[in-house]
Design a binder for this molecule. Structure first.
Ligand code: F6R
Length: 243
């Protein structure tokens, strides 16, 4: 694991954007696994800026997102499809037919999970998977559990995640209780993983993810087993680690 300590959120966004850009320069037809949430916003902003300046070409890139709320259509302002259009897809020359997310509107759980998992494998898997880290150690929406769930699945969101995500909704009651997410195995099959973490409130969980036991109770800890993980975190997020 490569650990990169940066000063603050701006530095983190810059480092991580450069990392993603390098992946696209290296392999223009790459498959990028993407994340939503607050942490990647600055990264996407920088990628859009690089595209505007003519430094990046997304025309051959394919994207697969980690997750989507069940029951939200792509037009819903809190859906992850909408988030991705706002922050990246709508701003760069990505082919809309090559940007993929789980279909939150598919009521057939089994079919949707199989469809998404098969799609990712048929694309050849992610060359690079971008990950944020939940306050409870989740990656994607793989919540703390008794066992790791390998493949794309429907998950019931924990109270902690619903509380954390209610900032995007009018109230906690409006946060969908379930989401489709890539599984731990789907994530681990990515050839490279980039984990980005910012802020003091994630310091303890980041310490557990990096140096604690590998356990489904802290889903991110499984990243210790992957051969090519880069962690970019700011000083506040690394403050519980003795680096
Ligand atoms: C988002 C996702 C989540 C977030 C995590 C951190 O697609 O899968 O795992 O990465 O909840 O979210 P932020 O960045 O908002 O703290």
């Amino acid at each position: 694991m490569q650990l990169i300590k940066v000063k603050d959120y701006e530095d983190l966004s810059c480092r991580a954007a450069n990392f993603l850009a390098a992946q696209i320069w290296m392999k223009p037809c790459c498959v990028l696994g993407l994340a939503t949430g607050s942490t990647p916003v600055g990264i996407y902003r920088r990628l859009c800026r690089m595209y505007d300046k003519g430094e990046l070409d997304f025309s051959s890139v394919t994207t697969v997102n980690l997750d989507e709320y069940k029951g939200l259509c792509p037009e819903h302002a809190q859906s992850y499809a909408y988030f991705m259009r706002q922050h990246l897809f709508g701003q760069v020359n990505l082919d809309p037919d090559r940007t993929f997310l789980p279909d939150g509107m598919n009521p057939d759980e089994e079919k949707e999970c199989t469809r998404y998992e098969t799609l990712i494998q048929e694309l050849g898997g992610q060359d690079l998977q971008l990950l944020g880290l939940g306050h409870n150690g989740h990656i994607g929406f793989n919540e703390p559990a008794e066992q790791f769930i390998p493949l794309t699945h429907l998950v019931s969101l924990s109270k902690r995640t619903i509380t954390a995500n209610k900032r995007f909704f009018a109230s906690a009651e409006e946060v969908p209780g379930q989401a489709y997410t890539m599984g731990i195995g789907t994530i681990l099959k990515a050839r490279k993983i980039l984990l980005v973490v910012s802020g003091k409130e994630k310091a303890d969980i980041l310490q557990q993810v990096l140096f604690g036991p590998v356990t489904p109770a802290v889903p991110g800890s499984v990243l210790q087993l992957h051969a090519d993980v880069t962690v970019v975190a700011d000083e506040a997020a690394f403050s519980a680690c003795s680096l």
